[in-house]
Design a protein around this ligand. Structure first.
Ligand code: PBG
Length: 324
């Protein structure tokens, strides 16, 4: 049954035939748009390494949230910048912090937009690490208490989903317990389960002002060479009560998106991170590739690999394109 009987090109001949046999369909419902929220009013502070992305004060974040919802994107994930940083990142659980304020604004005015919050300490600590530092390393168990405070304050402000990204051991269980004890048993946890120590976070660290002041994150984020370990991390997070698990970044780890989906059959998110965005933007700005097509190809590829949800800085633009 080989050539000339089999001619795969027959089904590629026209757009209507291609539509009929298309296996993967990207929908705006698959997309989640990140927003960087900073203190103040009327602040729009562009990020040099991420053209098209800016730090926004809560009022500006609300404006952006309306546009994102208007494009048909169902959810945003908020990253916060504090007024002041300190050793334990105490502004992370301030009820008047930039993220908490933005959550309340968005939930009041755009209630149908799901608000996810990134739960981590690196934007709030003066040393830039994702937790409390002791003897030159992040103290796992001391950090759990800080994360519990932060997650609870996000839930109190009205977050629909909390998303811990710190990679401390046991943090999903610790956050699940504090939410349940305080009447937030209905708030799901999206766990950054397989989060790798990646060079592709570079532009984000400018946006979130969260680069570590000494060392790196390799004592808590995963080694890019490891795959089986990602499955163990996912299994632990599910045991501790994670509702959604994440693989991050997306492009160098498509095999893990696939393996996690095949193995666990739970909702899987993939984070198309800042560096993955910036390299397409940079090539597009230089005229080296067709940025819109490249972005759509990347997103459909991440979905084909098994992701149900894709966190991406292209979300609003891609949703508009999908809606014609
Ligand atoms: C916080 C956090 C990071 C990202 C999401 N949450 C940065 C890091 O771990 O250094 C990266 C997102 C991106 O690059 O777009 N820990």
């Amino acid at each position: 049954m080989a050539f000339p009987l089999n001619r795969p090109r027959r089904l590629r001949r026209t757009e209507v035939l291609r539509r009929m046999v298309r296996e993967t369909r990207l929908s705006p419902d698959n997309l989640i748009q990140p927003i960087f929220v900073c203190p103040g009013r009327g602040v729009f502070n562009p990020i040099n390494a991420m053209p098209g992305v800016a730090q926004l004060s809560p009022d500006m974040a609300l404006r952006e949230a309306r546009e994102i919802a208007g494009a048909g994107v169902p959810a945003v994930i908020l990253f916060g910048l504090p007024q002041h940083k300190d050793a334990i990142g105490s502004e992370a659980w301030s009820d008047n912090g930039s993220v908490q304020t933005a959550i309340r604004e968005i939930k009041e005015h755009v209630p149908d937009l799901a608000v996810i919050t990134d739960v981590c300490m690196c934007e709030y600590t003066d040393h830039g690490h994702c937790g409390a530092v002791k003897d030159g390393d992040v103290d796992n168990d001391a950090t759990l208490e800080l994360l519990r405070r932060e997650a609870l304050s996000h839930a109190r402000a009205g977050a629909d989903i909390v998303a811990p990204s710190d990679m401390m051991d046991g943090r999903v269980g610790a956050i699940r317990a504090v939410l349940d004890e305080n009447g937030f048993a209905r708030v799901p946890i999206m766990a950054y389960s397989a989060k790798y120590a990646s060079a592709f976070y570079g532009p984000f660290r400018e946006a979130a002002e969260s680069a570590p002041k000494f060392g790196d994150r390799r004592s808590y984020q995963m080694d890019p060479a490891n795959g089986d370990e990602a499955l163990r991390e996912v299994a632990l997070d599910l045991q501790e009560g994670a509702d959604i698990v994440m693989v991050k970044p997306a492009l160098p780890y498509l095999d893990l998106i696939w393996r996690v989906k095949q193995e666990f059959k739970v909702p899987v998110a993939a984070y198309n991170v800042s560096g993955e965005y910036s390299m397409i933007r940079a090539a597009g700005i230089n005229g080296w590739l067709d940025e819109r097509r490249a972005a759509m190809e990347v997103l459909v590829g991440i979905k084909r690999a098994g992701a149900d949800m894709i966190l991406t800085y292209f979300a609003k633009q891609a949703a508009r394109e999908l809606n014609g």
